[in-house]
Design a binder for this molecule. Sequence first.
Ligand SMILES: [Zn+2]
Length: 265
Amino acid sequence: MPELPDVQVYKEYVDATALHQPIADLQVSNHADVLAEVAESTLRGRLKGRSLEASRRHGKHLFLGLEDDGWLRLHFGMTGGLKYYARESEAPQHARLRIDFDNGYHLAYRSVRKLGEVAWVEDVDEFVAAHGLGPDPLDPALDFSRFRDALTDRRGTIKGALMNQEVLAGIGNVYSDEMLLSAGIHPAAKVGGLNEQALERLYRAMLAVLRQAIEARVDPDRFPPSFILPNRQEGAACPRCGGRLRRARVSGRVAYYCPHDQPRE
Ligand SMILES: [Zn+2]
């Protein structure tokens, strides 16, 4: 499932390809599955003849903005992505939305299963507030004390808190495991039981893991050797100690962790 680093890579991809191009038209397929509270005709009316001038990301949401006039919001669900292409032979499968540009190129939004979402928002900050999304982990304003405040008074496991979009927006199952291994914290540790040092390690691990994943363009072949993502399975070698990774159900999700590096307190 696309998490913060994946969506950041999509953002940078759009920045490098589809911004500032006049839009000729758009096509939506499987409307009911993908459009959230906006009609295709409304989207067309908003976008046709205009161009995408800006992009923003908050957590797992990508916003593509017209100049001073609203934002197309994309959420990628379980499996999805974007492709900018010219030739029909390059068109991706499962394109739910295709924006056609005057220059002959297209930007396709793919969502393989139904959980992706295309919508229109007038104001990104209002959307974030109205949906109770927590701060974005890569927001420079999220220093350690704000990170600690976001976790204060949270009950349950640290893995559950990291994945809770109301606490921090953008982290999911895969990257929470990376951060917890990097910080040496057991995924089922109770948030309230973590001391200041552990929280600081986790804060630094969160930033490092997200930045490294983005730098690697979320390509598992390019991830640092400390990552478990390319070999995320029970019994695989821990990249830190060489021991065996274990799997466990934590806060409703399957977690992978190293019992040696992430001891249960
Ligand atoms: Zn280990």
